[in-house]
Design a binder for this molecule. Structure first.
Ligand code: GLU
Length: 288
């Protein structure tokens, strides 16, 4: 059974770039007669305005994108992340690290031996990192074909110094927990995939099929994102927003008579052709 997901971090309202990912993952799942799940990746409370989750739910609902199961909130999953960290420490794949960013920059991202072997909590705030032995990772991406991603660091963080769990750990634990078979997400996360493959291997978890989508770029050639101040989605324009995403995904144009989100999505599922999804990033002139 195909099980896909959309997993936004609630650091602000959705924008056109996030809708593009949501629509692509939804259509891929529905065209395969599979399920589509929504997961809220709320692992970084200082960066999450309290209203964001409600706005994300309401935007998705207005655009006709509804989770097939109860929405998973990562704030409820700390025990599972802590257990994975314990397993990785016990197996000596992970270590405590007190290095500052500056120490690491000076040492070109290589940890001093006394740090890289430290299995005991040092009693002061420390991050927990996982060794990354290879300097490149290859895998088959369902959209991009064979990809080879270089890795520059000798390790990566799974629990931060402030005690918060890192995205790499949470996403891998939860994709497995939710039995996600296919991950469709933006190409900005391609560089993260080696860390996910490594954690899946170490934790004995299955690797889903990955598809990394092109990015929508603003007029300065930067990814549409909250950091680049992309406009929040205008829910009053929902059918137009969906049509925009379908066109950006290279899909055939839906008949003009289809004016509401449900009929547009139903039509798009029947005509979904992933071979038409562009492989290159896409400049966007319209930002609603
Ligand atoms: N939470 C991540 C984000 O909003 C996406 C995670 C993923 O799709 O793997 O960028």
């Amino acid at each position: 059974m195909y099980r896909g997901r959309f997993a936004p971090s609630p650091t602000g309202p959705l924008h056109l770039g996030s809708l593009f990912t949501a629509v692509a993952s939804w259509l891929s799942a529905k065209a395969a007669r599979g399920q589509w799940l929504l997961r809220i990746e709320d692992i970084d409370p200082p960066r999450e305005p309290p209203s964001a989750i409600g706005r994300i739910f309401s935007s998705l609902r207005t655009h006709g994108l509804v989770s097939d199961e109860t929405v998973l909130l990562q704030r409820d999953r700390h025990e599972a992340y802590a257990a994975a960290v314990e397993d990785l420490l016990a197996a000596e794949h992970a270590f405590y690290c007190t290095c500052s960013r500056q120490d690491l920059a000076v040492a070109r991202e290589q940890h001093p031996p006394q740090c890289a072997n430290s299995k005991q909590s040092p009693g002061v705030p420390a991050s927990i990192r996982v060794h990354m032995p290879a300097d490149r990772y290859s895998f088959e991406d369902a959209l991009l074909g064979h990809v080879d991603v270089p890795v520059t660091e000798d390790s990566f963080v799974i629990r931060r110094k402030d005690g918060l769990f890192a995205y790499h750990l949470a996403v891998v634990v939860d994709d497995a927990f939710q039995h996600i078979s296919h991950v469709v997400r933006g190409r900005d996360l391609l560089d993260s995939t080696p860390y996910h493959l490594r954690l899946q291997h170490l934790l004995g978890l299955p690797t889903p099929v990955y598809s990394h989508l092109p990015l929508l770029l603003n007029d300065q050639g930067r990814k549409l994102s909250k950091q680049n101040l992309a406009d929040p989605l205008d829910d009053d324009m929902a059918p137009d927003n969906l049509r925009f995403c379908l066109e950006a995904l290279g899909q055939p144009q839906a008949p003009a008579r289809l004016g509401d989100c449900a009929s547009l999505l139903a039509w798009a599922v029947e005509h979904w052709d992933c071979s038409r999804v562009p492989r290159h990033d896409l400049p966007v002139t319209r930002q609603t």
